[in-house]
Structures are given as structure tokens and as C-alpha cells.
Ligand binder design. Structure first.
Ligand SMILES: [Zn+2]
Length: 260
């Protein structure tokens, strides 16, 4: 028999996948300064409007075997990937926090990270239209929700933005090259505003470690420099997600590993 909690998980997943479908639109249109509501989605291959029954998260991609119904242009696997991932994030967050202010806020935060990740991968930019409101909402919400105090949020915001700003300035002074964009700095300020100072520190360390390991791998394969090959936003986002879902366990494991 299906338990009630399992049924709720299915609802959460469907809700998340539907939001993920909208995030795909944001990823495509925000950096091009296009409207998020109009025109309706169309096939980039033949320009035909996508019918509602061909726009169902994940399922339509499977039914159409990843191709446009009319012209058979391949549809990027990223669309169902973003929908599925957002669905799983919704399950994880709402199972833990319920359909509460905290839950909705953290889900909005995670959705912003998903959008930032793919826009940064595509265009090497992190739009201010996401990070500025994100910083304000994260800090503002800390006055009403119970998962973080406003002091912790402010400290995270200042520490997150400040540390990266110092690193970026130092790198610039030493090399006269811009290593890290202002977008990364604002992104980490946003992450700090939502997750507090521990989250900001965790994200810097884990994001840098992931970025270095994967950056070396990419640099070896492409023979391009790390800077040219790898944007930083996706790794900061990954660090923030790891902290959100596994932070306490990972920190505990790390200190036990060091022998404390
Ligand atoms: Zn088509």
C-alpha cells in the first residue's frame, strides 16, 4: 500500500519538475533579455509552437525520444535533466521542512542556484537580476524564518562577498588579470545570506576544491587554461547544495578525519 508520506513525495516531485520546466525557460531567456512569459516556447529547429502535451516535464522528452515532433531536431537532454533535478530537490526540501515559509524559501534559493549554474556554463555570466534580489530576499527572510538568525545571515553575506572580493582583488593585483568575475562575488554573498557564515565558508572551500579537481581534468583534456575552460558559479552552487543537504554530516566527518 502506498503510504501517505510517499504520496506527498510524488506531489513534491511533480511540483518541482513543473518549476524545473520554468527554470529551463529562465536559463534560455534571462541572459538574452527575453520575456519569461511570451512568446510561448517553440522549437529552435523549425519554429513551431510546442503544444502543452509536448511540454510535460520529463515525460514529453521520453515520449518524443528527445526529438521535435515536427522536424526531429534533437532536444537537449538538459531539459529533462533540469526538470528531474529540480523535482528531486523539491522532494528533499519539502520532506524536511514541510510546505512552510522555510521550505518555500529554500526551494526558491535552490531554484536560483540551478538557473545560475546553467547560465554560467552557457554564457560565463551570473545575472544580477538573480543575485541582487537573492541577497535581499535571503537577508530579509532571516528576520521571519527560524532556520537562520539575521545576524548569521548578515555575517554570511558580508563574509561570503568579502572573502571572494579580497581573493579577486589580490589575484588582480598579482597577475593584472581578472580571475574571478563580480558575478561570483555576488553569488557567494547570496549563498551566505541564505546559509549563514558557516555555509559561506563551507561553500568557498568545497566549491574551490571541486573547481580545482574538475578544472585540472578539463584543462588536461582541452589544453586550454583552467580559467578559459571552467566557470566558477556551478561549483559554488554545488558547494552550497552540499552544505544545505549534508553540511553537518560532512563537517563532522571532516573533523573526525583530522582526528578531533
Ligand atoms: Zn522542430
Amino acid at each position: 500500500m502506498m503510504t501517505l508520506s510517499f504520496l506527498f513525495k510524488i506531489y513534491f516531485f511533480l511540483f518541482g519538475a513543473a518549476v524545473g520546466s520554468f527554470l529551463n525557460v529562465c536559463i534560455h531567456r534571462l541572459p538574452r533579455a527575453l520575456s519569461l512569459v511570451r512568446p510561448r516556447s517553440m522549437c529552435p529547429g523549425c519554429g513551431s509552437l510546442i503544444a502543452f502535451y509536448d511540454n510535460i516535464p520529463i515525460l514529453s522528452y521520453l515520449f518524443l525520444l528527445g526529438k521535435c515532433r515536427h522536424c526531429k531536431t534533437r532536444i537537449s537532454f538538459r531539459y529533462p535533466l533540469v526538470e528531474g533535478a529540480t523535482g528531486l530537490f523539491a522532494v528533499a526540501i519539502f520532506t524536511q521542512y514541510g510546505i512552510s515559509g522555510e521550505g518555500l524559501l529554500l526551494f526558491a534559493f535552490v531554484s536560483a542556484l540551478v538557473v545560475v549554474t546553467f547560465i554560467d556554463l552557457d554564457h560565463r555570466i551570473i545575472p544580477n537580476i538573480i543575485t541582487f534580489p537573492g541577497i535581499a530576499i535571503g537577508f530579509g527572510a532571516s528576520f521571519v524564518i527560524h532556520t537562520i538568525t539575521y545576524k548569521d545571515s548578515l555575517l554570511g553575506l558580508v563574509l561570503g562577498g568579502g572573502v571572494l572580493f579580497l581573493i579577486a582583488s589580490g589575484y588582480y593585483l598579482l597577475t593584472k588579470k581578472e580571475g574571478m568575475g563580480g558575478g561570483d562575488i555576488k553569488l557567494l554573498a547570496m549563498i551566505g545570506a541564505f546559509l549563514g557564515w558557516k555555509g559561506a565558508v563551507f561553500t568557498i572551500f568545497v566549491g574551490s576544491a571541486l573547481g580545482t579537481v574538475i578544472g585540472i581534468g578539463v584543462a588536461l583534456r582541452t589544453r586550454e587554461g583552467r580559467k578559459a575552460a571552467v566557470p566558477f558559479g556551478p561549483f559554488l552552487s554545488m558547494g552550497a547544495l552540499l552544505y544545505l543537504f549534508y553540511g553537518p554530516q560532512l563537517i563532522q566527518w571532516y573533523f573526525r578525519f583530522l582526528g578531533y
